[in-house]
Design a protein around this ligand. Structure first.
Ligand SMILES: Cc1cc2nc3c(=O)[nH]c(=O)nc-3n(C[C@H](O)[C@H](O)[C@H](O)COP(=O)(O)O)c2cc1C
Length: 206
């Protein structure tokens, strides 16, 4: 698609009072145009009160379901979310020139949801989930590889269950910001925010 055409498809703010509709349309375009449409930066408030960010993958999203990603409860991000559930998600879709920020409240998904998704993962990714004590110090990279190989043998001929510490979070938004990037730096920005349970919107200076 040409840049002008993409911009036209993205520019649907006047049509959508609900930001979830905007996100859904943008995501459909991103799926066609982008190499990594699901990569999003998750920012949390660190245990020291300072911001912290990393990429995670968006695995599912829905109007009521929120934005779901999976991770380890041993990880730094999980510990941070347990202390302060407010997070920010950020997508940058380079080919389409769309940036989306979602601020919201994160909550654990159910064990059932985690099982369902875990069971769709390739076997090696399942074993990696057992091998990694995510975010904990590691003496050397070799130590991780050895643990992975040992577990591979242990699980030979058996199903690999979900580790009890491997779960997901859903982010329920209270604010969305969409930006259409333009070469002239006259980016089009629009903020959707919740006021008394109703979505309001306003354009912002770029
Ligand atoms: C493109 C990309 C996608 C990633 N997806 C995930 C993910 O879905 N879940 C996850 O736990 N880590 C994912 N990671 C690794 C995280 O960025 C991070 O290094 C890890 O989760 C530990 O973060 P923490 O110590 O802040 O908790 C991804 C990394 C990249 C580069």
């Amino acid at each position: 698609m040409s840049d002008a055409k993409i911009e036209k498809y993205l520019d649907i703010f006047e049509l959508c009072q609900d930001p979830f509709e905007v996100f859904s349309v943008w995501y459909e375009i991103a799926k066609k145009e982008e190499k990594n449409p699901d990569a999003m930066v998750l920012s949390t408030v660190g245990l020291d009160g300072k911001p912290n960010s990393r990429f995670v993958l968006l695995k599912r999203f829905g109007k009521e379901d929120g934005f779901i990603f999976f991770t380890s409860l041993l990880s730094r991000k999980s510990q941070e979310i347990e202390k302060n559930c407010f997070v920010s998600l950020l997508f940058w879709w380079e080919n389409t020139g769309g940036q989306v920020k979602v601020r919201g409240k994160a909550d654990r998904v159910s064990e059932k949801e985690a099982d369902e998704y875990f069971n769709t993962r390739p076997r090696t990714a399942k074993i990696s989930a057992w091998a990694s004590q995510q975010s904990q110090p590691l003496k050397s990279y070799e130590e991780l590889l050895e643990r992975f190989e040992r577990l591979k043998k242990e699980f030979e001929g058996k199903d690999v269950p979900r580790p009890p510490y491997w779960l997901g979070f859903r982010v329920i938004p209270f604010e969305y910001e969409f930006l259409i990037y333009t070469q002239e730096r006259l980016h089009k920005r629009i903020l959707y925010y919740l006021q008394d349970g109703v979505w309001k919107k306003t354009y912002l200076n770029p």
